[in-house]
Design a protein around this ligand. Structure first.
Ligand code: ATP
Ligand code: MG
Length: 587
């Protein structure tokens, strides 16, 4: 491709509204252009990288035995009603009515395809002999994200590879799951990503039934707890906490005392007002667990983990109590709840860290009032202690004696053992060897193709621009003739371009009549792995300057046989990506 014949609108300045490196660089390098919040056009260079990511995903899915199909993005709303996901998705589901003759048809744009694929399978798979089978597609998904942001990392329209496995037993599901997990590792390795598979909330099957593939990045929206010592990694929703020190500090208990805190109710306000640390406060949250009020006590600096609370309460459904319930059970306005002297006797669960607190501060169950000098046993007694909070940086690892570190990350893929939720709702059953009718056991496996591209850029760039691995680069070689009007340069450039193209190498030729400095800047910004400079002096000496995007120094190769030398370098890098990995990927 000749630069002058493509559409590569590079920009010098940081575009307005772009906050993170991948977003800035995708705009500046002319990979994408925003249509509206949450929707982007892929320009020629961006599309090439996106297609490469897609191709790698497809090759590895095929190699793992998954079979490709393509489902419609338009779906009847009735399908989502059958599984209760109209409510579950809420405003995220993009739905609308269209007029067909005299009637209205309500539709939704698929945010994912469990419903569509399960309904399909219910029609065509009915015997154990037809399984296991894993179906996949690469298709546009639609989600009305509340906050589309960070360029193509979170959009309302995005490209997803979604796969669904159908098995006759849990053992067989485990096998399908492992195959997908291994395929994901190969995909992300080939894409040059630095990724971390982490345990995620597991849903109905429980145990080790879900993993997210995360790209650690300072701007990532997900939080991951990672133990560098034993390798344990889990997202914050799922992360367990190891042994906690709940020994009481050797401080004598002071008397319980009521203090006036007019108009002051949040942890931050109260700690400021009373001059205490949030760690000294006992945060009291009122939930409804399967409709029954429940008080949850946490240290003031900790956050409740609703999955943990729900499990500890043995409830199927957990939600924060409404204002009326809070006022009824505490006898006070919202913001002044505490475990001492609640108006109604309700179940109290306390996080383990509350066990180690002395002379705590908490709401007094009365308007504008707090209690200080609150002590366990003497003043209140929870029904039970349990792990109820999000793990934080520095917590003990649940698997070894080291500590967990909190890292921010971008979720790029997710594998999940679904069980029979969808097959039961949509009646996808099969006859087993004994002619018994059973629900099919499912798994689902998603990869955000756009996030592969943006996630890569987020982690592998420098102050000058993108650093692509050959596997995802829009082009592999960047040809930069210093002076396009010089006949000798022109001739050499044309020969290289034709030779490399004929050898199957993807070349971007910067044929613009601009200063070499401009070309070099754009070459760095766009990030093509191998830059070849064709200069008058070098040509006279029979040499070409070449430089890998990730190397500081340039090298020279002989002009004679240059096509073969360059093609060989690219072929090698295509095969193993070693130069990129050894130089760019952080260990
Ligand atoms: P998130 O928690 O980031 O919203 P999710 O858990 O809802 O993502 P899944 O339903 O697991 O996403 O979808 C599978 C994959 O699709 C994700 O791992 C991610 O890579 C990608 N993805 C999800 N939502 C978006 C989005 N709004 N924009 C771009 N990619 C997305
Ligand atoms: Mg997910």
């Amino acid at each position: 491709m000749r630069w002058s014949q493509s559409l590569i609108p590079t920009m010098k300045e940081t575009p307005e509204g772009a906050e993170i490196p991948s977003h800035v660089l995708m705009l500046r390098a002319g990979l994408v252009s925003q249509v509206m919040a949450g929707a982007y056009t892929y320009l020629p260079l961006g599309l090439r990288s996106l297609r490469k990511a897609e191709r790698i995903v497809r090759e590895e899915m095929d190699a793992a035995g998954a079979v490709e199909l393509l489902m419609s993005a338009l779906t009847p709303i009735t399908l989502w009603e059958q599984t209760g996901r109209v409510q579950a998705f809420g405003d995220v589901l993009i739905q609308f009515a269209v007029k067909r003759q005299n009637r209205k048809v309500q539709m939704a744009l698929g945010p994912t395809h469990e419903e569509v694929v399960t309904e399909l399978v219910s029609r065509f798979v009915s015997s154990y002999r037809q399984m296991p089978i894993t179906l996949y597609q690469v298709q546009t998904k639609f989600r009305n994200e509340e906050r589309p942001r960070f360029g193509v990392l979170r959009t309302s329209e995005f490209l997803m590879k979604d796969a669904y496995s159908f098995d006759t037993s849990i053992e067989s599901l485990n096998h399908s799951y492992e195959k997908m997990y291994a395929a994901y590792c190969r995909i992300f390795d080939r894409c040059g990503l630095q990724y971390l598979p982490v345990e995620a909330e597991s849903g109905p099957i429980g145990g080790d039934a879900s993993h997210e593939f995360m790209i650690p990045a300072a701007n990532g929206e997900d939080a991951v707890l990672h133990c560098a010592s034993c390798g344990y990694a889990a997202n914050q929703e799922k992360a367990e906490i190891g042994c906690r020190d709940t020994a009481l500090p050797g401080v004598p208990a002071v008397p319980l005392e009521k203090v006036a805190t007019p108009g002051v109710s949040t942890i931050e306000q109260v700690s400021k007002f009373l001059g205490c640390q949030p760690q000294q406060m006992i945060k009291t949250l009122i939930y409804l667990a399967d409709g029954k009020p429940l008080a949850v006590l946490l240290r003031g600096d900790h956050d409740a983990n609703e999955g943990k609370v729900r499990r500890a309460a043995g409830a199927a459904k957990l939600e924060l109590a409404d204002q009326a319930t809070i006022e009824r059970v505490t006898g006070a306005p919202v913001g002044f709840a505490g475990p001492v002297g609640m108006k109604e006797k309700i179940a109290i669960l306390a996080d383990r860290d509350v066990q180690g607190m002395v002379n705590g501060v908490t709401g007094a169950n009365a308007a504008d009032t707090h209690l200080i000098g609150v002590n366990l046993t003497r003043d209140f007694q929870p029904d039970r202690f349990a792990d109820l909070r999000n793990a934080v940086d520095g917590d003990a690892c649940p698997r070894c004696s080291a500590t967990l570190a909190l890292r921010h990350a971008i979720e790029v893929g997710h594998v999940f053992k679904l069980g029979t939720k969808y097959s039961e709702a949509l009646n996808a059953r099969f006859l087993d060897q004994n002619e018994q009718l059973k629900p099919i056991i499912m798994g689902c496996y998603g990869i955000g193709i756009n996030r592969i591209v943006a996630g890569l850029i987020e982690t592998t760039h420098d102050e000058n621009g993108i650093i692509w691995p050959v596997s995802l680069a829009p082009y592999e070689v960047f040809l930069a003739p210093v002076k396009v009007t010089d006949p000798a340069s022109q001739q050499a450039t044309d020969a290289l371009y034709a030779g490399l193209t004929a050898a199957g190498i993807e070349v971007l030729l910067d044929d613009r009549d601009v200063r070499a400095g401009v070309k070099f800047k754009d070459a760095d910004l766009v990030g093509i792995p191998l830059r070849v400079v064709i200069g008058e002096r070098g040509l006279k000496e029979g040499k070409l300057e070449i430089k890998w995007r990730w190397d500081k120094a340039a090298e020279f190769i002989a002009l004679d046989g240059a096509v073969e030398t360059l093609a060989q370098l690219i072929r090698q890098e295509r095969a193993d990506g070693k130069r990129f990995r050894n130089t760019v990927v952080k260990k």
